[in-house]
Design a protein around this ligand. Structure first.
Ligand code: FAD
Length: 449
């Protein structure tokens, strides 16, 4: 189990907020050897994926090489591998290509994946936003549609400028607001023939308010800002089918669209189910308060993939702050275990929540009393918090320059169409919608729009 040089060996699966936080803390202990395994060679900053998808930031601003993070730490090895097998009894993980790693301690921090809740066609045709790959695909689909409308404006009648955003949580609201800014502010300067008034952004949520965890005042503020940005809000409404060229809403509306963005929910990473780990709410792995798996000494499960109980037993939300703190806490417990000291139950420090709605508009709950702020101040707070959480100094500087550029100019950011696989569209592949459908404007339930 111990590494060849006799040091205690910790194997970590996943270099997200949780796994990276754990590895960074353990790296300070010279008598511990860490093997960090991820299917990507980079750490990605998920809260900013929507900014890559809407061309505000470049992909390299939010992804940082894991090898670079630990370049000056000779007690941390990074491996690129997709883990497909977990043996909790021997604390061993295996990859499909034959790799095998065993540790004195195993830490599972493999995060989440999109949950389409069995919605027909969603997995095939919708655009989730959970990885850098998802973000660049979505960016290319959006820009590809603009290019095609530039060539042939009649495609607007076939849904080329209709974007459906599923889910009124932070992901859906942030994407919808950024799309509104894109269409109203940055795109007209570059696509001069494209008429933004012909575009539709439809934001759907089954609930009765967007960004539910915030106050009623905040709900009113969010709705007002999004309306100003041209976003149509469809509350009490979900999507019951997604096709290559249409979406069907739960109220029966059929909409011609080539871009359905999925912010409708997440579930635990595939490794939880594939490896037979006992799953609780949302497919997440139930853990004890000290972040270990019951009956499996030396196995920690942290971040989004885990159902981590709060002090009163309720599972903590899947948030970057929970993931980061659980990673650091697991590292402390691992060291305590090696030193024969008592391990401690995880205590989450809730520092508040925040969400961006678009240029100059954000909401945040800050401080011990969760004081709520809106507008420019919240926008600045959001920028500060997110910049401080980014991994490398260079990433922080580049992101701040891109944000400043985006804020004070009307030019677009990196409008890079680099994914030909999603940019080109076969406009005759979906018989559900015909070429004669009306172009835009809110439609009555049950119509083809
Ligand atoms: C679009 C979006 C916006 C968000 N906005 C916010 C926000 O504003 N504030 C906030 O607090 N939280 C936000 N979150 C949530 C936050 O990003 C997550 O809670 C956090 O990333 C969880 O960290 P994690 O380390 O558990 O998982 P992840 O960050 O998902 O990392 C998991 C890692 O495991 C790797 N992995 C998965 N499976 C395998 C495998 N089989 N083999 C090898 N490697 C594997 C993945 O490649 C990944 O690097 C957002 C999430 C999304 C998707």
């Amino acid at each position: 189990m111990s590494s060849p040089d006799g040091r205690r060996h910790v194997v970590i699966v996943g270099g997200g907020f949780a796994g990276l936080g754990c590895a960074q803390k353990l790296a300070d202990y010279d008598d511990v050897h860490v093997t960090l395994i991820d299917r990507n060679n980079y750490h990605q900053f998920q809260p900013l994926l929507y900014q890559v998808a809407t061309s505000q930031l470049a992909g390299t601003d939010i992804a940082h090489s894991l090898r670079d993070v630990f370049a000056d730490r000779d007690n941390v090895d990074v491996h690129l591998a997709e883990i497909t097998g977990v043996d909790t009894a021997t604390r061993t993980v295996t990859s499909a290509d034959g790799g095998s790693w065993s540790g004195d301690v195993l830490v599972l921090a493999a995060g989440s994946q999109p949950n389409f809740f069995g919605t027909p066609g969603a997995a095939e045709h919708a655009f989730p936003l959970y990885s850098l790959d998802d973000a660049t695909r979505l960016r290319s689909r959006i820009l590809g549609l603009f290019e095609q409308v530039d060539r042939d404006p009649s495609l607007i009648a076939r849904g080329a400028l209709t974007i459906v955003v599923v889910g009124g949580g932070p992901t859906g609201v942030e994407v919808a607001g950024a799309l509104g800014d894109m269409l109203q502010v940055t795109v007209p300067g570059e696509y001069r023939t494209l008429d933004p008034t012909k575009a539709r952004i439809c934001l759907l949520d089954f609930g009765d308010a967007l960004l539910k965890p915030f106050s009623d005042t905040a709900h009113g503020y969010v709705a007002k800002v999004l309306e100003e940005k041209g976003v149509e809000m469809h509350l009490g409404t979900g999507v019951k089918e997604v096709g290559s060229g249409h979406a069907v809403f739960s109220d029966g509306t059929v909409l011609a669209t080539r871009c359905v963005v999925w912010g409708g929910g997440i579930k635990a990473a595939a490794v939880a189910a594939d490896c037979g780990l006992a799953q609780g709410k949302g497919g997440r792995v139930d853990v004890q308060r000290d972040l270990t798996l019951a009956g499996s000494p030396g196995v920690y499960v942290i971040g989004d993939i885990a159902n981590i109980p709060d002090q009163d037993g309720t599972p903590l939300p899947q948030l970057g702050s929970v993931a980061l703190q659980s990673g650091a806490w697991a590292a402390d417990n691992i060291i305590a275990g090696f030193e024969g000291k008592e391990v401690k139950d995880f205590r989450y420090k809730d520092k508040g929540i925040m969400a961006m709605i678009g240029r100059g508009a954000a909401i945040a709950e800050v401080g011990k009393n969760h004081h709520e702020i809106h507008g420019q101040l919240a926008h600045v707070a959001w920028l500060g918090v997110h910049a401080s959480l980014m991994t490398g100094t260079r990433d922080k500087i580049e992101a701040i320059i891109d944000w400043g550029w985006d804020r004070f100019t009307k030019t677009g950011g990196p409008h890079v169409l680099d994914r030909g696989d999603v940019a080109e569209i076969d406009w005759d592949d979906d018989p559900t919608v015909s070429a004669s459908v009306p172009a835009s404007g809110p439609q009555a339930a049950g119509t083809v729009a």
